[in-house]
Write a protein that binds this ligand. Structure first.
Ligand SMILES: [Mg+2]
Length: 307
């Protein structure tokens, strides 16, 4: 098997897992071409001869996986994740874990599965596999960035607690031509997310149904948000009707206008734009190598939420 590996130099720098993984692939007779993603790298150049490979491996965190998946959109070339970032939420969500040998086995024996991709501002170069959002979630991601190396996932909670008065915005949402006026502290576009902020999130998102879920977070303060609204978002039982403080829609083409303008995040990275924001789903545009060829659906009910 001929593998093109793109490794983000920022994630897992100095970490020997990359060598162990490459060696484990070699032990399985794979041939590996290794290229590095640096600040400002041109992914289309790194992928210039991608059609000559059987697999692409993205070695890095969630941002690396999303940007490589987006660069490969609609090519059908299978993408395998080698998680080396801080959070690795996508790998966690799709059940990819294990040591170098297990990941090498999965790279070769896993089955490519087509899943939907989200795209922001049509063809402007930003895609997401999990969640993009405007408002409070972008604010806490922005604040959590400096805390992440120290606190890992806990950084999100510290950042949320620091942001005690989230901006309440007025939103106009255009969802497949339908216009909705509402208000809240965030609008999240969900493609795939069973687990976010280190907790299971199950409101029935399906990354293979060709629509994004549009979640308006209505609460006005962190006091309401933690734990009540998050408990609702994070409800493992999936009862849509019993979610105080949330409005949930589905759409293929989305436009978000807000007053005031709000910051935007895409799969955990703050991106260089604010609302107004356009987004759409690219059905089946990403091909991801998964254990058993299966995308895990909703997490089964388990013990209480550890908030
Ligand atoms: Mg969907």
């Amino acid at each position: 098997m001929n593998i093109l590996m793109l490794a983000n130099l920022r994630a897992g720098l100095g970490n020997p897992v990359l060598y162990d993984y490459v060696q484990a692939l070699g032990a399985r007779d794979a041939e590996v071409t290794l290229r590095f993603i640096r600040e400002g790298s041109d992914l289309s150049y790194l992928l210039r001869d991608v059609s000559e490979y059987d697999r692409v491996v993205a070695s890095g965190g969630d941002g690396t996986v999303s940007s490589v998946a987006y660069a490969l959109r609609n090519t059908g070339i299978p993408l395998m994740l080698h998680p080396t970032g801080t959070a690795n939420l996508f790998a966690h969500n799709v059940g990819i874990s294990g040591d170098a040998f297990e990941l090498a086995r999965l790279t070769i024996e896993g089955i490519p599965v087509a899943i939907d991709l989200g795209e922001l501002d049509h063809d402007a170069g930003v895609g997401f596999l999990m969640i993009a959002g405007a408002g409070f979630d972008a604010s806490i991601i922005d604040r959590a960035r400096d805390l992440k190396p120290l606190l890992g996932e806990g950084a999100y909670f510290v950042a949320a607690a620091q942001n005690l008065q989230p901006t309440v915005a007025t939103f106009i949402l255009r969802l497949d031509g339908r216009q909705i006026m509402t208000e809240g502290i965030a609008v999240m576009l969900v493609n795939l997310s069973h687990i976010q902020f280190d907790l299971p999130l199950t409101h029935g998102s399906d990354a293979q149904d060709g629509v994004l879920e549009v979640v308006v977070v209505k609460t006005r303060s962190v006091a309401e948000l933690l734990p009540a609204a998050w408990a609702a978002i994070l409800d493992r039982l999936g009862k849509h009707s019993e979610r105080p403080g949330l409005e949930i829609y589905s759409a293929r083409e989305i436009e978000i206008l807000s007053e005031p303008r709000l910051p935007v995040q895409s799969d955990g990275d703050i991106i260089d734009r604010q609302t107004p924001l356009r987004a759409r789903v690219l059905p089946g545009a990403a091909t991801i190598v998964l254990p058993g060829g299966l995308l895990p659906k909703d997490t089964p009910p388990g013990p209480g939420i550890a908030l």
